[in-house]
Design a protein around this ligand. Sequence first.
Ligand SMILES: C[S@@+](CC[C@H](N)C(=O)[O-])C[C@H]1O[C@@H](n2cnc3c(N)ncnc32)[C@H](O)[C@@H]1O
Length: 365
Amino acid sequence: VTAPLVRLIAERGAVRFDDYMDLALYHPEFGYYARGMPRTGFAGHFVTSPELTPAFGALWARAFEAAWRACDEPDEFVVTEIGAGEGGFAAAISSLATDRFAAALRIRIVERVPELRERQRRLVPDATWVGALDELQPVEHGAFFANEVLDNVPVRVVEGSPDGPREVWVEAQGDRLVEVTRPAEDDVAGFLRHIDATLEPAARFEVPEAAAAFVRRAAATVVRGAIFFVDYGDSTKGLLERPLGSLLCYSESGVDDRPLERPGEKDITVHANWNVVIGELMQAGWQVAAPTKQRTFLEALGARELTSAYKEAHEEALREGRGADAVRALSGRTAIAGLLDEGGLGGLDVVAAFRGNSPPTGRPR
Ligand SMILES: C[S@@+](CC[C@H](N)C(=O)[O-])C[C@H]1O[C@@H](n2cnc3c(N)ncnc32)[C@H](O)[C@@H]1O
C-alpha cells in the first residue's frame, strides 16, 4: 500500500525538504502531529518534561512569578505557551501559581491541532487559544514559553558540494520517497552567509529559516517580560561540526535518521540553532543570556529543595506505614531526577530573554 503522503507528493511533484517536513508533521489528515494521537507521555513515542511530572510546571511557575515581579507585579500577566502537547504544563502552572501572582496570571495557548486543543481545554478550561502564532495579539506584560517546539519547526537542508551548496528536495519514485538535490537558491545561500556558515563538500546543514521567522514573531507577542525556549540545540559552529546534520526521527519503532520512510508515522526533529534564535531575540531588543542546561536552570528554581521535600515525605510515609503515600513520594523524587539527568531531559538547553525590566533575580517565596 502506498502511503497517502507518498501519493500526494507523486501528484504534486518534488517538494523542498522543509515543505516535506511540514507535510509529514502537520498535514491535516496524514501529519504525525495533526492526526491528534498522544505523542508525548507514556502512551506516546517520547516523554517530555511536562509529561514526566507536574513538578516541571511547578518549578517553572516560579520563573514566571519572578518575571512578573521584575515587571513590577502588573495586574495582568499573560503566559503564552506554544505547542502545549497534552496540556500538562499549562495545567501545572495555572494550578500551582499562588496569591497575587495567581490572580494576575492568564494563560494563552497556541495550538494548531484541534484534537490537542480539546484535550488541553479539559485540563485548563480557563485558558484561551489561537491556532497560529500570527493570530496572537501582543500583550503588555507576559512570558512566552515553548518546550520542545523549535525542534519541530521545518528546516531546509543543504549539502556542500565543490560547486557550492545544493538543497535537498523530496520526490516520489514508485511507492517510496527519495532525496534529490538541486543547486541552492540565492536566498538560502544568502541565509548561510548571514549566519556565517560555510559548508564543506558533502557536509549537511539544516537551515533554520522558518525557526528564525518563528522567533521573530514570538519576540513581538510580549512588550515587557520574558521569553523562554527549551530545546535540544547547539551553536551554528557546533552544528557545522556534525557533517550528517542533527535530524532524528522518533516513532513506535524507536529512533532513526530516515525521515522519508513511513511519512506521517514519525516525529522529525532537528536541533535548535541557538545563534539564530538568540540573534533574532537581540535584534528585536531582548536581553538574552547564553543557553543554560535545564538541570542548572531548574536547580536555580529550587529543584533540589523539592527533591529533599519528597525524600522527607517518603521517609515519613514509610515510618507511618502509609504505603501508597510512600510510593507517590518516591516516584515524585525519581521524576525530578529525570528532569535533571544531564544524559536526558536535564541536558536540554534553556534560552531565556528579558525586556523592559531587569532580569528576574532571586527566587520567589
Ligand atoms: C515535541 S511536542 C512538545 C509538546 C509539549 N510542549 C511538551 O513538551 O510536551 C512539539 C509540539 O509543537 C507543536 N508545534 C510545532 N510547531 C508549531 C507551531 N508553529 N505552532 C504551534 N505548535 C507548534 C507540535 O504540534 C507539537 O505538538
